[in-house]
Design a protein around this ligand. Structure first.
Ligand SMILES: *[C@@H]1O[C@H](CO)[C@@H](O)[C@H](O)[C@H]1NC(C)=O
Ligand SMILES: *[C@@H]1O[C@H](CO)[C@@H](O)[C@H](O)[C@H]1NC(C)=O
Ligand SMILES: *[C@@H]1O[C@H](CO)[C@@H](O)[C@H](O)[C@H]1NC(C)=O
Length: 877
């Protein structure tokens, strides 16, 4: 490697000086600002078109935006699209002054360090959260020379799933300025015929949309067009800002004269199954509800409200019970009882009196519920033709009883033995959703997030409605042996009213004339078989006539469904099986050009395959939990937090010192790494030490072995290679790599610093409004990977990188009634600690994620080695 410090500078998500191609070594990025509300700075977005083609539930969407830079200098133009989390991006191209930069789907760089990925995906996940429950954000920014044109074109595809009787397509509309040509156009083609079609915009009533919105359907075709003129886009007749800001939703359903529909095109087939009008199979439902202390307030109120509404919908043939868990487990009844009017009345009284308290013993709560269902079946307390389900709601991680997630999973698996599904509802963000998801999938169910919001009760109720009406159980889709290959999942424990089962596959012999598809299931009163005879030739002829159908939609539908199911299976797989599933999913993703969690989209400069920039990665819930669970960090009024995943718990303490003091956070004599932090005060003149607030304003990171030094302040980042300084601003987005050290600056948010494979830090920038009276801008410091640091590592954080143990006992009320005290034994000291919580801002610097911890008083006395003043050093380096 060259001795100068930047042999390679990768620009994340943007190109510099795009008009002249890709700049090779831009040490400093151009001054950039994000696109403001209007065209005032010379950038005019003159056209945005969203074009959707849906064929047999498979949606192919193309978003095209055209802009011109009318200013007299180069400007940054951003392209933001929010797309459904379930969609896969399939193409992206950028055209600048007629030169097209195509996108290609490539395998994700496997060498990319796990944590780096986790951090960057975590960051993307922050965007996901910001952009709503069902959508995730795709952003590209490009610098465009004065007078130049740019066209962005993004394509994504998804299989629309039927929920509560309809297919829904969400399009987020947020142009930020008036656009001369703005258009949404959707063409829908459904061989079964369309029965209903609607389109709505959340930002305006349909009356006001007037002539801008048209929707129609007839036979197999549906059409929606939304084309507001400039005047119709104005938020008021004289305004120059746009009222287009919100969701545009298209919903439809198809005719259901026949319970099933099979389509065959070019050797691929799809089988849709959604019978209507069957009687509902009686259910035995156990609600396992978290009533721990963290549910207090609105969450428990919303849970009570939702359960009361659900009780109104329970059918008399159903059986039910409530299991409440906190530190212990309580139940409404000792066993399942029938939903008679008297019992329901009693249940309402019980629900109204649900109170929160204590810890989270999820294991015992779940096992009690499962055991009760098993027992009800064994003792014939429930009808023979009935189906059982467990619905578990929690808002946090287990911290009482068995709290090891793997052992809880094992216990639950062994108790359910595949006999009925488990649905896990995760309330809010302070929980390990991955654990809930894995456990749901392992037990024929799934996990759903309930967002902490004013409509949480409706979300809970909505989930219940989806599973409230099982029409069939043990559903098997059967095809002639040897006739069908590469079948997607074809057995389902339930068919719920309002949903649809979709199975796709390949014909072994494309010249086959006909085949038979059987669906077998158990209904409320009898076993049912639905048979569908498919005349392949006739079908192909009928479908081919339609000019609506885009090319190989059925093959892509099959590929989409197969990849989706492989990825899901992969979540629960291990070892060789996981490798196989990964290889298959990757193969298909590459073959069909899908951006999945295993692939990235890279944009390539024409005729230059080396110069490419990754622009699209698939984030998602899995990515969030990929962040190593063991973490140490400092944030806020410097709060030191040590997360101890083995215990599902965390410790925290404060250091109170004068502004200007430098503290040693990490020092490792073996790897040569040192991290020091300097304290700053707040804006109030507070010479009084009690209640004063201090923060970290400056960090010094040194690696003597690599002759590397870095100073991070709230304004800039300076790196030294030897004596040569280079300065970056927090306004840059850049990655600098050399000899295994990598520094990524994420504009105004955070930076990720990695030393080889095994040491990664994240620095979070907290910015406040200039006139904010409280404090100045400050920094948070996170150790997300430390496994390569030596056993000799020390410092205020570093000393905790080694295994250490603590025991908490005698939890009792403290001086603050909401924060219990306890006795902690750690490092041979007996301390009185207080329950508190701190925030983890890795994902989002404005909305932290709460971390509950035991607070050690008096500058961490007894927890840290020695006393805190031992860690004071004269300067940053
Ligand atoms: C991607 O889109 C561009 C522009 O529309 C098109 O030329 C290209 O063929 C597409 N690539 C794929 C793989 O569909
Ligand atoms: C940019 O596009 C506009 C509209 O299509 C066209 O009039 C103009 O000539 C283009 N400018 C350049 C530099 O290509
Ligand atoms: C993985 O794939 C290989 C080759 O196809 C096969 O021999 C092996 O049995 C598979 N392993 C598992 C666990 O599925």
């Amino acid at each position: 490697m060259a001795s100068t410090w930047w042999p390679c500078l990768v620009l994340a998500l943007l190109f510099s000086e795009a008009a002249s191609g890709f700049s090779r070594s831009p040490l400093r990025l151009l001054g950039k600002r994000s696109l403001p509300g209007g065209a005032a700075d010379g950038i005019e977005v003159y056209s945005t078109k969203i074009s959707c083609k849906v064929t047999s539930r498979f949606a192919h969407n193309v978003v095209t935006t055209k802009a011109v830079n009318n200013a007299d200098k180069a400007k940054e133009i951003s392209f933001d699209v929010e797309l459904p989390k379930t969609a896969f991006i399939t193409n992206f191209t950028l055209t600048i002054d007629g030169v097209t930069y195509p996108g290609n789907v490539k395998e994700k760089e496997v060498a990319k360090k796990q944590y780096e990925k986790a951090v960057s995906q975590g960051k993307t996940a922050g965007l996901v959260k910001a952009s709503g429950r069902k959508l995730e954000k795709f952003t590209v920014s490009v610098n465009v020379a004065a007078g130049s044109n740019v066209t962005f074109e993004l394509t994504y595809e998804e299989l629309l799933k039927r929920h509560q009787g309809k297919y829904e397509m969400f399009l987020k509309v947020q142009p930020k300025q008036l656009i001369k040509h703005f258009e949404i156009e959707a063409h829908i083609f459904e061989p079964q015929g369309i029965s209903t079609l609607d389109a709505e915009a959340s930002f305006i009533t349909n009356d006001l949309l007037g002539s801008a919105l048209t929707k129609s359907f007839s036979g197999k075709k549906g059409h929606v067009s939304f084309k507001p003129s400039l005047d119709q886009q104005r938020s008021c007749p004289t305004c120059s800002d746009s009222l287009l800001n919100g969701d545009f939703t298209i919903t439809y359903d198809v005719n259901r004269e026949s319970p099933a529909n099979v389509q065959v095109v070019n050797g691929y087939f799809v089988h849709f199954f959604a019978p209507q009008g069957l009687p509902v199979v009686p259910k035995n439902v156990v609600f396992v509800i978290d009533v721990s202390g963290s549910m207090a307030g609105r969450k428990i109120q919303q849970t009570r409200d939702a359960l009361l509404k659900i009780l109104d919908d329970v059918k008399e043939t159903d059986h039910l019970n409530f299991i409440l868990f906190s530190g212990g487990v309580t139940t409404w009844k000792d066993q399942l009882v029938q939903a008679t009017p008297e019992n329901l009345q009693e249940a309402r009284t019980f629900v109204k009196n649900i109170r929160d308290d204590g810890m989270t013993n999820l294991n015992d709560g779940l096992l009690r519920g499962i055991h009760m269902l098993n027992k009800a079946r064994e003792e014939n307390l429930v009808p023979e033709r009935s189906t059982s389900i467990v619905i578990m709601l929690t808002d946090g991680d287990a911290n009482a009883g068995e709290s090891n997630p793997e052992r809880i999973q094992e216990n639950v698996r062994n108790a359910i033995k595949g006999k009925f599904p488990l649905y896990n509802l995760g309330f809010g963000n302070n929980l390990n959703f991955n654990f809930l998801e894995t456990m749901g999938l392992e037990n024929h169910g799934f996990a759903r997030r309930i967002y902490e919001d004013s409509d949480a009760d409706l979300q809970l109720q909505g989930f219940y409605d989806e599973v409230a009406n099982p029409l069939l159980t043990d559903v098997e889709m059967e095809y002639p042996q040897n006739a069908i290959l590469d079948l997607t999942q074809n057995s389902y424990q339930h068919f719920y009213d309002g949903s649809e089962i979709v199975v796709a596959g390949r014909l072994a012999d494309e010249n086959i004339n006909s085949f038979k598809a059987d669906v077998k299931g158990q209904g409320a009163f009898n076993d049912l078989t639905f048979t569908e005879e498919v005349d392949v030739k006739e079908m192909e002829e009928a479908l081919k006539e339609q000019d609506y159908i885009f090319g190989n939609y059925l093959e892509r539908l099959w590929a989409y469904l197969t990849i989706e199911q492989l990825l899901e299976k992969r979540k629960n797989a291990q070892g060789e099986e996981k490798e196989n599933l990964t290889a298959q999913a990757l193969d298909l993703s590459l073959k069909y050009h899908f951006v999945t969690p295993l692939t990235s989209m890279v944009v390539t400069k024409p005729e230059d395959n080396e110069d490419q920039t990754a622009i699209a990665d698939k984030p998602g819930e899995v990515a969030i939990s990929a962040i190593p669970s063991r973490a140490y960090f400092i944030d806020g009024d410097p709060h030191f937090i040590i997360q101890v995943p083995e215990k599902n718990d965390a410790l925290c303490f404060n250091i109170d010192e004068d502004p200007g003091t430098v503290l040693r956070l990490i020092q490792d004599p073996v790897t040569g790494l040192t991290v020091n932090g300097q304290i700053i005060g707040d804006k109030r003149d507070s010479t009084a030490t009690n209640n004063r607030k201090t923060f970290f304003g400056k960090l010094g990171i040194t690696n003597t072995q690599m002759d590397f030094r870095m100073e991070v302040t709230t304004e800039k980042i300076t790196l030294w290679n030897g004596d040569e300084p280079s300065t970056f601003s927090w306004l840059d987005t850049a990655t600098v790599t050399q000899d295994g050290i990598s520094v990524t600056i994420n504009r105004k948010k955070n930076m990720v610093i990695s030393f080889g494979d095994g040491v990664t830090f994240v620095v979070v920038l907290h910015q406040v409004w200039k006139k904010f009276p409280g404090h100045y801008d400050f920094l948070g410091f996170y150790v997300v990977d430390s496994h390569r640091m030596s056993a000799q590592t020390h410092g205020l954080l570093g000393q905790f990188f080694h295994p250490f143990d603590f025991k908490v006992s005698d939890i009792h009320p403290g001086s603050d009634p909401t924060k219990p005290d306890a006795t902690m034994v750690v490092k041979n000291h007996r301390l009185t600690v207080t329950r508190g919580s701190q925030k983890d801002y890795r994902k989002d610097a404005s909305v932290g994620m709460k971390v509950a911890c035991w607070f050690v008083h008096n500058n961490g006395e007894g927890l840290i080695d020695g006393i805190h003043t031992d860690y004071i050093v004269p300067n940053l380096f």
